[in-house]
Design a protein around this ligand. Structure first.
Ligand code: ADP
Ligand code: ADP
Length: 223
């Protein structure tokens, strides 16, 4: 079977993680979640974590020289051999270009970019109600609550609110998204790689649309 190399693109809170978890649940595609990798480094207090923390707390992007090598290493890894889903990378055009160069070197192509369209007011509602488990599983107090209040359905760990999901940081992250990440929509659209999804629909509906598109991409790739 041909490999499937996908990017999840959209503002913070658009549902990339929620859908990425679903799309990769069967383990066929390597799921690379940039934010989780960075947060793990912060928690472990590694050199990278120490350097990244201030940017993340402020809602800014972590500098390219720290992020690009880290993610490309995962793209080149054995685990990504049958395909990958990138969540949170690229987040600016320089990162997009670095990914293109790395894939060209590997003789591989992007299969598609799945873009989640969600307006800013909805983003604020989503991020302020987001709660996550110790392993990064995603919930929402209103839109996707856990079965028992405040604990993860899967491992029972307490759910927490991310530091950067506080109102001032949310506004900053949205501004950074519009300024630095949104240009990637045109970047991929010009190459016919962009697939748009109405991210305001309920999670099950978004998932159904995504699966349909992914199946089509698999079929197109097979011919
Ligand atoms: P969200 O899921 O809400 O979009 P993430 O978990 O993806 O947030 O990212 C959290 C933070 O990690 C970002 O605000 C940024 O500081 C940093 N980060 C994540 N991905 C990247 C990236 N590709 N380049 C630079 N910084 C990043
Ligand atoms: P991202 O990874 O793009 O930052 P998440 O998947 O973490 O986004 O979703 C942000 C918040 O919105 C979470 O609390 C999640 O439960 C909730 N959410 C995700 N998708 C939907 C949806 N389609 N409708 C309503 N809420 C959603």
């Amino acid at each position: 079977m041909a490999e499937l190399n996908l990017i999840l693109l959209g503002p913070p809170g658009a549902g990339k993680g929620t859908q990425g978890e679903r799309l990769t649940a069967d383990g066929g595609l390597e799921y690379v979640v940039t934010g989780n990798i960075l947060r793990a480094a912060v928690k472990e207090g590694t050199e990278l974590g120490v350097q990244a923390k201030a940017y993340m707390d402020a809602g800014d992007l972590v500098p390219d020289e720290l992020v690009i090598g880290l993610i490309l290493e995962r793209v080149r890894s054995e685990e990504a051999h049958d395909g990958f889903v990138l969540d949170g990378f690229p987040r600016n055009v320089a990162q997009g270009e670095a990914l293109d160069a790395a894939l060209a070197e590997l003789g591989r192509d992007l299969t598609g970019v799945l873009y989640f369209d969600v307006p800013d007011e909805e983003i604020v509602r989503r991020l302020s109600g987001r709660r996550v488990s110790q392993t990064g599983r995603i919930y929402h107090v209103e839109f996707d609550p856990p079965k028992a209040d405040g604990v993860c359905d899967v491992d029972g760990s307490p759910l927490i609110q991310r530091d950067d999901d506080k109102p001032e940081t949310i506004r900053k992250r949205l501004a950074v998204y519009h300024e630095q990440t949104e240009p990637l929509v045109a970047y991929y659209e010009q190459r016919g790689l962009l697939h748009r999804f109405d991210g305001t629909k309920p999670p099950q509906e978004v998932e159904a649309h995504l699966r349909k598109t992914v199946s089509t991409l698999r079929l197109e790739d097979a011919v």
